[in-house]
Ligand binder design. Structure first.
Ligand code: UD1
Length: 424
């Protein structure tokens, strides 16, 4: 992808109005990978039409999978698959491509894949994924540009305790186990809601899974699965981004279909800053006019803790709040890349190790800045909405990876935003 798009924003307008929350990226991607397990059809409703989903679709297409969109419904026909190689360039452009490994080994007996790419937010190894596969009887070889993994026999159920809980490794293990021989027990699984959503989706396909919603999952391997039609749940991070965009501009917005029960930590920090909200009839009504309090410490943590994906987005809001706030990033070791860009807008942030100290309340001013990763791009949009004057954020494709037509969402809320030179 070429970094051609630029986001133009004129800040200073409090957001107001009502928008609906798109389908979840992190739920949809593993469901698309799971479709490969079944030699039949999968239909995903409310599927977000974002760049990462489109890249995953292209990867599937190169494997012979037929796909069709109708509005936000994606039909995936996996009756025929050819080969076992994941397209190098496409896999290299997206971290989540690693999630194809479990399904491909299960379906094709082998997979060849480039080391996954994606956001530059630290080392992001895949050792935990590979360890589970090995336990299930998979051989793994390093090749010139990536990995080959395969097994000449049906995968064997196993018991694994993850040393560190990992969303992707839990999902990959689940996908590999669904059609494995015998029972698999996964301990210390990630508790992020996307795991639960994947389990329910797999159950709808005919998988036998227990312990859903806990950190220990068991899977009894089945031989066949069935066609499935499923609705992708709303995106908790996109909902949080809209909430915090309104917070930074001291706006009042209504979010339709916000997954409030999955947003507890994000709403708690919003309340600490002085934000108010109520939820009724599936609508989250928010009022940020009283936001004025710094937050002494917010630590990112595993679910149900404060999500690392909201960390830079919170930082942008805290820049608008007078006083000193602190954020501690505990999940990824290099997730402060947005700090120098926020500084160009007048943001005063000092990073020491895992901690970012934010001196808020100094007026932000529009500037030319550069997005370097997905959530950092969203943070820059929020800072620009709160800033005085015009900003130009280059590399809009990072935003487009996870947010569907975000400029339309923000425009609908009264924000002055345009994406220029957007990718087709
Ligand atoms: C997923 C989400 C991402 C989110 C992250 C943490 C998707 C597509 N992405 O990413 O948006 O920020 O969860 O909530 O769902 N680790 C290892 N070895 C491994 C795997 C992970 O050491 O084999 C470490 C990572 O370096 C990191 C931590 O575990 O420090 C969390 O990573 P993980 O939960 O795996 O995140 P992802 O699945 O990549």
């Amino acid at each position: 992808m070429q970094p051609v798009g630029e986001i133009w924003i004129k800040g200073g307008t409090p957001l107001s109005g009502q928008v609906s929350v798109q389908g979840s990226k992190n739920a949809a991607l593993p469901m698309m990978a799971a479709a490969l397990l079944h030699d039949g059809k999968t239909v995903l409703h409310h599927c977000p039409r974002i760049a990462d989903v489109l890249v995953m679709e292209q990867i599937l297409n190169r494997l012979g999978v037929k796909t069709r969109w109708q509005d936000h419904t994606l039909e995936i026909d996996c009756r025929k698959i050819v080969g076992y190689e994941i397209d190098n360039e496409l896999a290299g452009s997206m971290r989540s491509s690693v999630i194809l490994m479990g399904s491909m080994i299960s379906r094709q007996g082998q997979v060849k894949i480039a080391y996954p790419g994606g956001c530059t937010i630290g080392k992001r190894p895949i050792d935990l994924h590979l360890k589970v596969f090995q336990n299930m009887g998979v051989n793994i070889r390093e090749e010139e540009k990536g990995l080959w993994a395969g097994s000449s026999t049906r995968l064997q159920g196993t018991t694994v305790e993850f040393p560190v809980s990992s969303v992707g490794a839990t999902e990959n293990a689940l996908l590999a186990a669904v059609k494995a021989k015998g029972e698999t027990v996964l301990k210390n699984c990630a508790l992020e809601p996307e795991i639960r959503h994947l389990c329910y989706f797999l159950q709808a396909m005919g998988a036998e899974i227990g312990g859903i919603g806990t950190d220990t999952l068991w899977i009894r391997g089945v031989c066949t699965l069935r066609d499935v039609e499923y609705t992708v749940p709303p995106d908790r991070i996109v909902a949080g981004t809209c909430l915090y965009a309104a917070a930074a501009t001291r706006g009042k917005i209504v979010l339709e279909h916000a997954p409030v029960e999955e947003m507890e930590a994000v709403l708690q920090v919003y309340e600490k800053m002085g934000g108010q909200w109520v939820c009724n009839s599936g609508k989250l009504k928010t009022d940020a006019r009283e936001i004025r309090y710094p937050v002494s410490l917010t630590e990112t943590a595993r679910y149900p803790g404060f999500p690392t994906d909201m960390q830079s987005i919170l930082m942008a809001v805290l820049l608008t709040v007078p006083g000193e706030s602190r954020i501690r990033e505990t999940i990824f070791e290099d997730r402060y890349k947005v700090v120098p860009e926020l500084a160009r807008m007048g943001g005063c942030i000092a990073v020491t190790g895992k901690d970012a100290w934010i001196r808020g309340g100094i007026p932000l001013c529009g500037a030319k800045v550069k997005a370097l990763e997905l959530r950092g791009a969203a943070a820059l949009v929020i800072a620009a909405l709160a800033a005085e004057g015009e900003s130009l954020i280059s590399n809009s494709h990072f935003l487009e990876r996870g947010y569907e037509e975000f400029e339309n969402v923000i425009s609908k809320l009264g924000g002055k935003i345009e994406i220029r030179g957007k990718m087709g």
